[in-house]
Design a protein around this ligand. Sequence first.
Ligand code: NAP
Length: 268
Amino acid sequence: MKLGLLGCPVGHSRSPKLFSILARLLKRKISYKAVAVAPGDFMAAALGARARGWRGVNVTIPFKIAAAAGADQLTPVARALGAVNTLRFDRTGMFGHNTDADGLGDALKYEKIILKGKEALIFGAGGAARAAAWALARNGARKVRFSGRTKLSANKCARDLAPTFPETSFSSGAPRNADIWINATPLGLSGYPDVSPAPASLRSPRSAVDLVYGRRTAFQREAGALGADVFDGTAMLVFQALRSFEFWDKPMGIRRRAHLAEMLIKEL
Ligand code: NAP
């Protein structure tokens, strides 16, 4: 199966390594190429991949919204989030899906973070922040607050998610104390400043989850120093990749997914 990743930058991505491990574990022939795409060239790159017989692609920064706009059909979660991280190609066109939300939901369960009745604070208001809010609300979080550097985007996130999850109270604005923190900004990612978006005035959350993976960022260090249980984005990366693979191939079921995730997390 021919697969790949379209984004910019893609050099830091562990997805090619992840899919080569998955191919070995599944005894399947899978090629997965990361392709750096110039701004404005996303649709040409996706159509080119489809023309070369690729089954689908993952989509990353900064094209998730362009992928949602360019897909011929969207799954309900992709439509609700307005962002696509997985495209499947077939004769009828491009089918867009978003596995970040369920991938993070799986990861939070894997990390044994209890969400039911909890208050969460999300730093950032982009695609991953929306996916995080979806995962939190879907798993019973009582309150979800977006704190973004652009007020309007944070307000819009809260407004857009509220109708889907009437049992969860969504808000936006300055950071407030919460049980769970999620860093959904790229702060700490290679090429971005390594500073925490969490102000020092907040008390420690129970858990702090950084969507950045593979590095001990300032967000993780400072939350750890406060006493929080700290997790990076590796488990999310693995679960969203498995869910993408299922969208291209076929559903594998909770137990098999959890078993493969365990092995991938160890090897990555
Ligand atoms: P995005 O749509 O570009 O959104 C980024 C958000 O962070 C926006 O709200 C942006 O604010 C804010 N931001 C950007 N630079 C900032 C800065 N210097 N200071 C404060 N806020 C800043 O990106 P995304 O797709 O949501 O991804 C966000 C992060 O999640 C990235 O690090 C990505 O690698 C990670 N991620 C990880 C996984 C995983 O599997 N582990 C999956 C998806 C995403 P503005 O609105 O003001 O620009």
